[in-house]
Design a protein around this ligand. Structure first.
Ligand code: G1P
Length: 282
């Protein structure tokens, strides 16, 4: 077994963001700000902090603002946040490729074959922030076991049908457990557990063959979960229960909550926001 250090990451960012209409009529959902920077800025920072050197962002129609955002900005040298972003950009490479249509997360990842070039790679969704960086934990589990790893978290029963759900007969309290099966967005009655795929993955390149075997779902989309299901039949796929905070920016209420949580945690803004909230809700 040849286990390589993980230095590549893929960020799918081609989704339409219909839950954010009308904002997403003219801007990518990944560019929606959380406190003071776009959500995809946090995602790239997470990849960087996890040791990633090369990032492939999968874009699509209407997503050009993402590419502009990650250009170096020499005109704004006095701005501290631009300076820290430019420092990251000086240390990593970002590549882009376009998904030709909305054909699902699996189809998007299928565009990363040449980029992966036989190496393992992380997947971070363009609209999800994890604190502390979940990719870092997945990277160390991969480096220990040499297997694909999927981050999961327990979700309430009424949320099950929004997620991919994993089945396991292993002891899930361990750092990494063996996944027996996966099912994309089951109704709660058919869900094998309450462990939901949270959107952070560490994948071996074998996933590309599995993606080619997937039959499109009823909406004509190729699901990554279906490819992982095929992979889990061929070789060990591990799960990791993430114990940190996942901020899903993909829907309005969670986006609002993420703004409040991160603003309260900001040393400069936090005290003002706290005082403001106390005044609103005495
Ligand atoms: C995707 C995956 C799903 C996962 C979810 C996490 O679904 O297909 O398995 O649980 O991300 O956010 P989406 O949210 O793109 O519908």
């Amino acid at each position: 077994m040849l286990v390589k250090t993980v230095t590549k990451a893929v960020i799918p960012a081609a989704g339409l963001g219909t839950r954010f209409l009308p904002i997403t009529k003219s801007m990518p959902k990944e560019m929606i700000p959380v406190v003071h920077k776009p959500v995809i800025h946090y995602v790239v920072e997470e990849a960087y902090l996890s040791g990633i050197k090369d990032i492939l962002i999968i874009t699509g129609k209407g997503k050009r603002a993402i590419e502009d955002y990650f250009d170096l900005d020499k005109n704004a040298s006095g701005n501290e946040m631009i300076h820290s972003l430019d420092e990251i950009l000086g240390r990593i490479n970002i590549y882009y490729t376009r998904q030709k249509g909305v054909r699902g997360l699996g189809d998007a990842i299928g565009h990363a074959g040449a980029f992966a070039g036989g190496d393992p790679f992380a997947v971070l969704l363009g609209d999800t922030i994890t604190i502390p960086p979940c990719t870092m934990a997945l990277g160390s589990i991969y480096e220990k076991h040499g297997k694909s790893v999927i981050a999961v978290e327990k979700v309430p029963r009424d949320m099950i049908q929004n997620y991919g759900i994993v089945a396991t007969s292993d002891d899930t309290r361990k750092d990494a457990f063996v996944i027996d099966d996966l099912i994309e967005k089951p109704v709660p009655e058919h869900a094998p557990s309450d462990l939901a795929i949270l959107g952070s993955y560490l994948l071996t390149p074998e996933i590309f063959d599995c993606l080619r075997e997937v039959t499109p779902d009823r909406k004509g989309e190729i699901q990554l979960t279906d490819a992982l299901r095929i992979l889990a039949r061929k070789e060990t796929v591990l799960g990791h229960v993430f114990n940190g905070r996942r901020l899903d920016i993909g829907n309005k209420i969670d986006w609002l909550k993420a703004n409040i949580e991160l603003a309260l945690a900001d040393p400069e803004l936090g005290p003002h926001v706290e005082e403001f909230i106390r005044r609103l809700c005495p």
